[in-house]
Design a protein around this ligand. Sequence first.
Ligand code: UDP
Length: 474
Amino acid sequence: MATLERVDVQALSPARLTPVIGAERSARFEAVAAVGRGLLAGRTVLNVNSTATGGGVAEMLTSLLAYVRGAGIDTQWDVIEGNPEFFKITKRLHNHLYNSPGDGGALSSSERAHYEATLADNVPALLEDVRPRDIVLLHDPQTAGLAARVKEAGATVVWRCHIGVDYMNEHAELGWEFLRPYLEPVDAFVFSRAQFAPPWLDRTRLHVIPPSIDPFSAKNEPMTPDDVVVALQYVGIIDGGGHQPLATFTRRDGSPGRIDRHVDILQTGPAPPADAPLVMQASRWDSMKDMAGVMTAFSEYVTAQEVHLVLAGPSVAGVTDDPEGAMILHDCMDTWRKLPARSRRRIHLACVPMTDSDEAATIVNALQRHSTIVTQKSIAEGFGLTVAEAMWKTRPVVASAVGGISDQIVSGVHGILIDDPHDLGSFGEALNRLLDDGAYAKQLAESGHQRAINEFLGDRHLEQYANLFAQLES
Ligand code: UDP
């Protein structure tokens, strides 16, 4: 029998958001929360996914659930236990839903049998946490196969899929056929974008709710420019010798933390100087994020010698449900080694230690804030939390016009979108445009910041959940 990880969920008062969203919006949220408390009295909203750290879902649940608790609604978070073969299959499934064959392996009866057996192993522990009338939110393909058993226990089952493509090819169709039998008992489906739902999915059960970010988490909390430089110099991402002052941050529980670890960096020569313009992408080492494409485009098109590129991803040992990470990192390192020496000098690959999630978040926070341009050159993307984070931090974004990113940014207004994610020339051109025209970059970044406040914060997100739960009751 598998052991579930029960993630510690804090309680944060949603009133914390008031300085950002204003009194009126805050009062409206409190009214929604009051209705939610009535609706969910004596019930638990249980979230189930496959990792407590690494990637957007874990990032988002950590903050969002704390606000739910802070609003007086009981919520819990369980992480299922998998095994390497299970995560190989679910990563394949993940890639298929992004129109890609992934590792090229099959999704046939033996994969189905392994998927079902692994989930069946998790059922006894999971059902200890499920009572009739609870709402169970199953996240992503890894947990879809639990729906029937949770439903039998008398709970309402919502399946939230964070990934997808606008136009499915044969790989996505195969991935969806794999999942289809598990989805029948589901009461409601949540997607970040309506187009991501497969054509056969019952539209009456379909709800669109995009993700959100927390402006006060260690990932997004304000940092002064001095703190940013101190943190990045300490971890080794930017150059700066001598005695290092302490780089501190606020932990999720409010206690002070200190950066103790260094980032693992592949580079020739010194790290970028503190005043060098920096292009940066922070992503999991995943083929859909196309870190290698960012590198190649930067090398070929951004010729100004003072500009540096940092590609940052989690240390590959840190993300348990992503077996592809090490391989993609090695591919990136290979691409890097083949670049001309003049490019290698300006391109830095960084692996952020994940042992302490608040520390890791602070490092990414500093890196995003220090960047002249943040990129998200994804081949496919459900919703780019990295894009929302950069917009919140008033950084100009260059990203691919794929999936959820097309909803996040209006190109030329909140950032620049590249229509074809494989078009390195247009990507490089957009970087040069923003590097050359600081006033335009600033204008995009400022309207991006405003959009992040209007659309990407937790009150909007939780209000949509409250509406969904109310509909499920009616
Ligand atoms: N991230 C991180 N460390 C890294 C790279 C990324 O903490 O080294 C975070 C990033 O800041 C964002 C999340 O991981 O919060 C990625 O979410 P996104 O929606 O962009 O992509 P996903 O990983 O879910 O596909």
